[in-house]
Write a protein that binds this ligand. Structure first.
Ligand SMILES: Cc1cc2nc3c(=O)[nH]c(=O)nc-3n(C[C@H](O)[C@H](O)[C@H](O)COP(=O)(O)OP(=O)(O)OC[C@H]3O[C@@H](n4cnc5c(N)ncnc54)[C@H](O)[C@@H]3O)c2cc1C
Length: 494
């Protein structure tokens, strides 16, 4: 009698740390008798090695949460370290895997790696899916076949097909491998077919958490994981979203969704967001102003992914080539450090930078202001700011971060014109009128009267000495003029 080959599928988790609306997991459950869930800490690729310190902390907790979710459904999450291709090869031999599934990443390194793996492990019939975006970046092209460089027409095109495909429900149970991970890390699996030497590790052995305990305070601001992401979304959609159009610009209030780290790690999908938002409707026409503005912001993220996919060089180089020759300041160490530490002497900048350091997140309005200050007032290349954000944000995301920085520099797609230099005093006075945000993060200014809260250097000299706060690093007016003069040197189109 002919024996039917049992199918054993590997689900390789990356930026999709959830079980609902996870097409790779669903496909494996549909096709395979046994499903092996795997996370690889790969030093070679973007997914983990270039994660900054704050994101590594988030990743640790997110993996912990995913692992518990999977266990409840009957599966183990295995952790491994090493080059993805080698690990997948070893895992598949060890367990006699027949199939491989993953959800796509869109950064250049991951794309290159995944293409290679599709070839080298073709015997596992690798299948990839879209779980990170509402629609694929290669489907988002203009009529003439070129990628969008301006957001508004991108939104117009995308909004036609929203909310898009219905999200998948979580599998009822997952026929997992009963991996028995001993203390030494050897995997003894019930279904193990060969003696190959694959070793899994414990989550703690990935060393995602730093030795110092700063991360404990930072994480006290967050609830991590799939269930927490969905609850946060529902809470936001129940109330705050209705004022979102205006409230999203006020950094002192919780006027935004804080979905960004959940989206980055794939604890929630944009499809789930759009469907929860549209509440069963097959289009977005019923949305309130606040809801529509929120949908547009979520699609800004898709725009960022489209730019990353179509213009991968922009992760380090300006999209606008004129900026290749921009006369940046060269001796920047002191100013950069003051900016990073929130000690520039400009209250709204320091408040933002300290919020970032303490919570791993910064309000979008303030991100724009601190970026403009670094690039234009201090003339420090945007890449330095992008690096710092990458290290300190829990939502650090190559696509959105690079787009945000290039936007602020005036060198990206649909960017703010270079000559539009944010005035941090006016920004503070407009969006943090009573100085609540500044006082929260820069407590040494707590007693400064509202009139001076965004410009304490104008306090009468006698009062100035009462506050232990630095003098501004640079004069805002002079540094603005210097930035515009620098721009004059490159402004002729190529
Ligand atoms: C210099 C700079 C750097 C940035 N770096 C990042 C980053 O590394 N990761 C990141 O997720 N966002 C980044 N942003 C975009 C934006 O600041 C954050 O997405 C937003 O503040 C996250 O908070 P929220 O989830 O409460 O946003 P909400 O206002 O609730 O928006 C909902 C979602 O829409 C998306 N979104 C909103 N605004 C933008 C935007 N301008 N660009 C792309 N997506 C957007 C996010 O996924 C966000 O979670 C950056 C912006 C700037 C100006």
């Amino acid at each position: 009698m002919k024996t039917v080959e049992k199918k054993i599928g590997i689900v390789w988790f990356r930026q999709d740390l959830r079980i609902a609306d996870n097409p790779a997991l669903r496909a494996a459950c549909n096709l395979c008798d046994t499903v092996l869930c795997l996370f690889i800490d790969d030093p070679e690729t973007q997914t983990v090695s270039q994660l900054g310190s704050a994101s590594r902390v988030w990743l640790h907790h997110s993996l912990q949460s995913l692992s518990e979710q999977l266990q409840r459904k009957g599966a183990e999450l295995l952790f491994a370290q090493g080059e993805s291709e080698d690990v997948l090869q070893a895992v598949s031999q060890h367990y006699g895997a027949t199939n491989l599934f993953w959800n796509r990443c869109y950064d250049p390194k991951s794309i290159k790696r995944d293409k290679k793996i599709k070839q080298s492990l073709s015997h596992l019939q690798p299948e990839s899916f879209n779980a990170l975006l509402n629609a694929e970046p290669w489907d988002a092209l203009k009529g003439d076949g070129t990628p969008y460089r301006v957001y508004t027409p991108f939104w117009r095109m995308r909004s036609q097909s929203l909310p898009g495909d219905k999200p998948l429900s979580a599998p009822r149970n997952i026929p997992g491998i009963q991996a028995n991970v001993s203390r030494s890390g050897n995997v003894k699996a019930a279904t193990s077919k060969t003696n190959s030497s694959f070793k899994s590790v414990e989550l703690d052995e990935l060393n995602l958490l730093p030795e110092k305990d700063w991360h404990i305070d930072m994480m006290s601001h967050w609830q991590v994981g799939e269930a927490a992401a969905m609850s946060a979304l529902k809470r936001f959609l129940k109330s705050a979203v209705h004022d979102y159009k205006d409230a999203r610009d006020i950094p002192s209030i919780a006027g935004t969704s804080r979905m960004s780290p959940h989206l980055h790690f794939g604890e929630i999908s944009p499809r789930q967001i759009m469907h929860t938002l549209s509440a069963g409707s097959d289009n977005l026409t019923q949305l309130t102003n606040g809801e529509e503005t929120f949908a547009k912001e979520v699609i800004w993220r898709e725009f960022a992914y489209s730019l990353l996919y179509h213009f991968p060089h922009t992760v380090s180089k300006p999209l606008d080539k004129r900026f290749d020759h921009f006369p940046w300041e060269t001796r920047t160490a002191k100013h950069l450090k003051a900016w990073q530490r929130g000690m520039t002497g400009v209250p709204i900048i320091d408040a933002g930078m300290r919020e970032l350091y303490a919570t791993g997140w910064m309000h979008n309005r303030v991100r724009m202001v601190v970026a403009s200050y670094l690039i234009k007032n201090l003339l420090i290349p945007w890449q330095k700011g992008e690096q710092w954000f990458r290290d300190t944000l829990v939502d650090a995301d190559l696509a959105s971060n690079v787009m945000g920085w290039q936007w602020a520099a005036g060198s990206g797609a649909d960017a703010a014109p270079y000559f539009r230099v944010f005035n941090p005093v006016l920004q503070g006075e407009k969006f943090d009128k009573s100085g609540e945000y500044v006082r929260r993060w820069v407590p040494e200014l707590e007693q400064v009267p509202n009139k001076y809260i965004h410009k304490p250097w104008e306090l009468p000299p006698m009062e100035r000495g009462l506050f232990d706060y630095p003098e501004p690093l640079v004069d805002l007016k002079e540094s603005r003029a210097r930035a515009l003069a620098a721009f004059d040197q490159i402004k002729t189109p190529d």
